[in-house]
Design a protein around this ligand. Structure first.
Ligand SMILES: NC(=O)c1ccc[n+]([C@@H]2O[C@H](COP(=O)([O-])OP(=O)(O)OC[C@H]3O[C@@H](n4cnc5c(N)ncnc54)[C@H](OP(=O)(O)O)[C@@H]3O)[C@@H](O)[C@H]2O)c1
Length: 340
């Protein structure tokens, strides 16, 4: 088998200061090492852009999940690719794998990078496994089905409502009979939430009177909040919760660029007086239930109850732009770059 000998990689050119900028990254050509025993050569077909990876771009940010990324080294991320060659007993050429690897055209790995074989029982585009059938679709599903549990007639508020998790979550809330209210940036995106995703109302987080707009959009108060953002929006929502509200903590995009811990909400006492709960969840820990969730999401699509939206860019040069889009709120749906 002829192996490619050169690679294209997106490296960290400098550490982002605040929101990432395209020139924090550089696309370089590099040599692809020959395959050793125990290794797999993967041609990456799609790169998933996930806001949470911003955290490991800061100096000293390493933790039990990932080490801090180094300047000049490939940026870590989630990928979906095809095995070109394998000298590992568990993987064979032609298989499709998802992994936590790097933003690069080809990856050589010893299979310790969370390689997961893409299940082949689903009749859908391959890239859906990075979005609606991947961690973000699963977060929307488990965040609502297991954690927040919206009931008919309740009001469910979703932050980052047009993003990968939010674009699915608002629709699931409505399927469960709740009124779905999305928070997003800008009037155009808010209009799309209603027109394309079926949200009942939308609040522009950059608008002049966000407190008033949220109260107007939720005249009966807030029973469920799927929080992908944290920061000031969480405090604002807490101020309008109903008795026995359930807040599902999914992510904290507003904090990822902060560089230092932000002050917490000043009104947590709202949870006490309303006997409300605030529960964090990590979707990948529910991995054994992904088949159930994937089948349900696909059934809802088949029944016309759910639509899948993607913010798809093309070519490895687009990867930095796609990542920055997440923090500028330019994405609508799951952000993916197709490499081939
Ligand atoms: N718990 C888990 O297991 C799990 C799994 C996957 C993802 N997550 C988390 O889920 C969240 C959503 O991820 P995603 O992939 O679906 O991202 P996304 O929603 O596709 O993109 C991020 C969105 O966040 C909003 N945003 C960016 N900066 C913000 C700020 N400073 N304040 C408020 N909103 C801001 C933007 O929307 P607007 O500008 O329109 O508001 C943007 O579209 C992230 O926090 C991620 O880390 C958690």
């Amino acid at each position: 088998m002829t192996h490619p000998t050169s690679n294209q990689q997106v490296v960290l050119a400098r550490r982002p200061a605040g929101a990432p900028r395209v020139d924090d990254f550089a696309v370089i050509e590099s040599a692809l090492p020959p395959l050793q025993d125990g290794e797999v050569l993967i041609e990456n077909l799609f790169i998933s852009l996930d806001a949470g990876f911003r955290k490991w771009m800061d100096e000293g940010s390493g933790d039990h999940i990932l080490p801090a990324m180094e300047i000049g080294q490939p940026v870590m991320g989630l990928t979906l690719g095809r095995v070109v060659d394998s000298r590992h007993p568990d993987f064979a050429a032609g298989q499709h794998l998802m992994a936590r690897l790097a933003w690069e055209r080809y990856s050589v790995t010893d299979a310790t990078d969370f390689l997961v074989v893409v299940p082949d029982q689903y009749d859908c585009p391959l890239n859906w496994h990075l979005g609606i059938l991947g961690d973000t679709g699963m977060s929307a599903y488990f965040g609502l089905t297991d954690v927040a549990r919206p009931q008919p007639g309740e009001t469910a508020v979703i932050s980052a409502a047009g993003g990968a998790v939010g674009s699915i979550a608002g629709q699931i809330a409505r399927i469960y009979g709740a009124r779905a209210v999305g928070i997003a940036s800008g009037p155009d995106k808010c209009r799309r939430l209603i027109e394309e995703l079926g949200y009942d109302a939308a609040v522009d987080r950059n608008g002049e009177d966000v407190v008033g707009a949220l109260a107007e959009a939720c005249p009966d108060g807030i029973d469920v909040y799927l929080d992908s953002v944290s920061g000031p929006l969480l405090e604002l929502v807490l101020g309008q919760i109903n008795p026995r509200a359930r807040i599902a903590l999914c992510g904290a995009v507003a904090t990822y660029n902060a560089g230092a811990p932000l002050p917490g909400p000043s009104n947590l006492f709202q949870l006490v007086t309303n006997q409300a709960t605030m529960t964090g969840f990590m979707t990948h820990l529910m991995h054994e239930r992904y088949p159930e969730a994937r089948q349900q999401l696909l059934d809802w699509i088949e029944e016309g109850k759910l639509v899948n939206r993607e913010h798809m860019l093309h070519g490895i040069e687009s990867v930095p732009t796609a990542f920055c889009d997440l923090f500028a709120g330019r994405n609508f749906g799951k952000t993916i770059v197709a490499l081939s």
